[in-house]
Ligand binder design. Structure first.
Ligand SMILES: Nc1ncnc2c1ncn2[C@@H]1O[C@H](COP(=O)(O)OP(=O)(O)O)[C@@H](O)[C@H]1O
Ligand SMILES: [Mg+2]
Length: 254
């Protein structure tokens, strides 16, 4: 009803809003006759972080790659604000992978490389890199070789590097697994700042505490299917799907 009223006044706006920030329908990924993802419809709206949860092998990483345009679906296509996800729109997204690649250069050069790849003029790259590293508390490491960073520092660098491009959407695939509490907190702060500045975060995590600290809603995946998408608080108290309930109680292994 609301949409129809709006569409009379602002047809263009209403159509776009009704698509969500990211959307797809009838989406499948099949490999060697095996269906890895089967998603009749998905919609991720602008706003607070969307948490993607589900047991190992559920398809979380694959879903992120798909939404970022790194993997092409066997059927269906991805839309960003209602438009097909083409190269131009993909550049408005960034992703931090589960096993991120670090360049064998200094910490600062890693960030400058990302800035260069996004067309930031050479003259501004150094100061912008230092500014970003300072936000992450990595300013003292700027000249250190990136591969020599600790695990937590490395993860911070990869988040900083992804944020350097000021993406509209940032996909984060388990960015804090295996980190100590201080590093987890530092990365969560970077994520919260980015979210407050308008970047849409889509975050895979197994950490229900982290989901609670950061998330607005939860998308739960099981065996390549979305079993529910629920506001965070409702999800933690009483998930709608049996699979999510079993996962939260530690009973769902695959
Ligand atoms: N490139 C690939 N080739 C073959 N199988 C893949 C590939 N990528 C993912 N898969 C399979 O897809 C399923 C989902 O994987 P993944 O998205 O990594 O799970 P999750 O991130 O939820 O742990 C798994 O069964 C995995 O083995
Ligand atoms: Mg994964």
């Amino acid at each position: 009803m609301f949409d129809r009223t709006m569409s009379t006044l602002h047809p263009e706006h209403s159509i776009r809003a009704s698509h969500g920030l990211l959307s797809a329908s009838d989406l499948t990924v099949t490999l060697d006759g095996k269906t890895l993802l089967d998603i009749p419809s998905i919609r991720i709206d602008a706003g607070g972080p969307t948490i993607v949860m589900g047991p190992n092998g559920a398809g979380k990483s694959l879903l992120l790659r798909l939404l970022h345009g790194l993997v092409l679906p066997s059927r269906g296509s991805i839309f960003m604000q209602g438009d097909p996800l083409d190269a131009k729109r993909r550049r408005r997204q960034a992703m931090v992978f589960q096993s991120p690649v670090i360049l064998r250069r200094s910490v600062r050069a890693n960030v400058e490389f990302a800035l260069a790849a996004h067309g930031v003029p050479r003259a501004r790259r150094r100061s912008e890199a230092i500014r970003l590293l300072t936000v992450a508390g990595l300013q003292d490491k700027a000249r250190q070789s990136a591969p020599s960073l600790s695990g937590g520092e490395r993860q911070k660098l990869t988040v900083v590097r992804a944020l350097a491009t000021r993406p509209e959407v940032l996909f984060l695939d388990e960015p804090t697994s295996n980190l100590d509490p201080a590093s987890v907190m530092a990365i969560e702060n970077l994520i919260m700042n980015a979210s407050a500045e308008g970047t849409k975060i889509v975050l895979v995590t197994h950490d229900i505490g982290q989901a609670g600290r950061l998330g607005e809603d939860v998308l739960f995946l099981h065996q390549g299917r979305i079993t529910e998408q629920t506001p965070l608080q409702a999800f933690t108290v009483s998930p709608k799907s049996q699979e999510a309930a079993a996962y939260l109680s530690g009973e769902l292994l695959i």
